[in-house]
Design a binder for this molecule. Structure first.
Ligand code: PFF
Length: 458
């Protein structure tokens, strides 16, 4: 393929699976259960679903239509729709945010690969609750092992990206996403049928509204953004490969349903197994400790009488994490690669190589912040924490706010309507409500999330 030529996704299934692959990731399987556990179980889930419908869907639709209309990388897209204005910075901010998330996200993705290997080599059998913090602590602070996994994960992502949109992103999404669904279903069945698992199921379906306060509402909003890959031009970039006949609203609905389904199912994997093992997830199960310390122990205890089942369950769980992380890293890498390739007229391979190399360097700093660089802190945060906080809690919401302002106020209404109706073919009775949300509701709500991060509001 020559420089400047563009591919499109080849099928409707490819479109949905690639976009869902970006959305479904560590955010669903790791972050969602933690947030649910800490914020009141079913009551949080209800709020989360409201956030997906009221904020997530309109912003995702905006990203889709901006990308599909311009058929350009995210920075180019804003430049084309708003020439000679500063809106191009929204696209550039997205590329920067994606690059930052990719750097630290690949560190955790690398850990999931190490744990998949540990699980497969039966390293967890016979281990007790005292062993797992030590195993994880030794691994994460090791100067070279996590770095090697980080490099391996980024190189794997690189290989898919270099193959292009059809033979890379679409083909791998079509293989990896069905595999992910199969693993999810098997793990849910195993977990909910464990003795004593019903308490975990109850926790997920019986809302406790007394836990709901303003900060829980804001956590639900933040989680919805991260989980749907919103606010950094990722879905805008994927939509630039959609064909003119893609039904944007239907694709939004499909992606949101799949993403929410996988997040809920992750809850049905983790909570029933934890309750069955007699372990109630608590405030200490935040960050990496849930999947790398608590859960390997929970799986051993829950299947204490059947080591073979504990083995199979653990292996499948960590493979699930690897697959979910890979489809997401691919999407983040693509945002930056196509930006470099189109804006600086370079081949896909060269652009991807630059991005992979830079992410490896930044990723190494993030990785070492669990070991030798642990003492190096800014605003009391390690490099890893800083990257996580700045990108997920500030840059993504800021990006999302500007996307909704752009779509609601700047974008030509006729262009907007034409895109979501495919030139008048599809009905869009929700158009006015959508515009109202994009103009007022979403920017205001997101503004509250950001102010809350800094303790200004609550
Ligand atoms: N949505 C991904 C997850 O839930 O893990 C994370 C993510 C991917 C965030 C791509 C942002 C992004 F652009």
């Amino acid at each position: 393929m020559k420089i400047g030529e563009r591919e499109n996704f080849g099928s409707k299934l490819g479109v949905v699976l690639a976009a869902a692959g970006s959305a479904v990731g560590l955010g669903n399987i790791w972050r969602f259960p933690i947030e649910t556990g800490q914020n009141g179980g079913a009551a949080f889930i209800l709020l989360y679903i409201i956030c997906i419908i009221v904020l997530g869907m309109p912003i995702m639709l905006s990203e889709f239509l901006i990308g599909r209309h311009t058929h350009a990388n995210t920075a180019g897209a804003y430049r084309m729709l708003a020439p000679r204005t500063q809106w191009k910075w929204v696209g550039r901010l997205g590329v920067f945010t994606g690059f930052m998330i990719l750097s630290y996200y690949s560190v955790v993705a690398g850990w999931t690969a190490e744990y998949a290997v540990l699980a497969a080599s039966n390293a967890f059998e016979g281990k007790t609750i005292e062993d797992f913090p030590r195993i994880f602590g030794e691994f994460a602070s090791n100067p070279w092992k996590p770095v090697l996994w980080l490099i391996a994960f980024l190189v794997l992502t690189h290989v898919v990206i270099v193959r292009g949109v059809n033979s890379g992103i679409e083909k791998f999404s079509k293989i990896l996403m069905p595999l992910l669904f199969i693993i999810v279903v098997i793990l849910v069945i195993c977990s909910v049928t464990l003795p004593g698992a019903s308490k975990g199921v109850e926790f997920l379906i019986k809302p406790d509204f007394s836990k709901i306060d303003s900060s829980v509402v804001l956590s639900a909003m933040g989680q919805a953004f991260f989980s749907l890959s919103l606010g950094m031009g990722c879905l805008c970039t994927y939509a630039s490969y959609f064909g003119k006949d893609t039904n944007l609203a239907k694709t939004v609905l499909n992606v949101c349903v799949i993403d929410t389904f996988v997040a809920l199912m992750a809850g049905f994997i983790i909570f029933p197994a934890s309750f069955s093992a007699g372990y109630a997830l608590g405030p200490e199960d935040i960050g990496p400790s849930l999947i790398f310390i608590t859960l390997p122990n929970v799986f051993q205890q829950a299947f204490a009488g059947a080591p073979v089942l504990a083995y199979i369950f653990s292996v499948m769980f960590y493979i699930l994490l690897v697959v979910a992380a890979l489809t997401s890293t691919i999407s983040m890498h693509e945002v930056a690669t196509i930006y470099l390739s189109e804006e600086f007229s370079m081949s896909r391979r060269k652009a991807a190589t630059i991005i992979t190399s830079c992410c490896i360097v930044l990723g190494i700093f993030c990785s070492l912040s669990f070991g030798v660089l642990n003492g190096f802190r800014m605003w009391d945060m390690t490099i890893f924490d800083l990257f996580d906080f700045a990108s997920s809690n500030i840059l993504l919401p800021v990006g999302g706010m500007f996307i909704s302002l752009f779509a609601g106020w700047h974008l030509d209404k006729q262009l907007f309507r034409d895109e979501i109706t495919n030139g008048g073919i599809i009905r869009a009775p929700y158009f006015r409500v959508l515009l109202f949300i994009l103009k007022y509701v979403a920017p205001l709500a997101i503004c509250c999330v950001i102010l809350n991060q800094f303790g200004v509001l609550f």
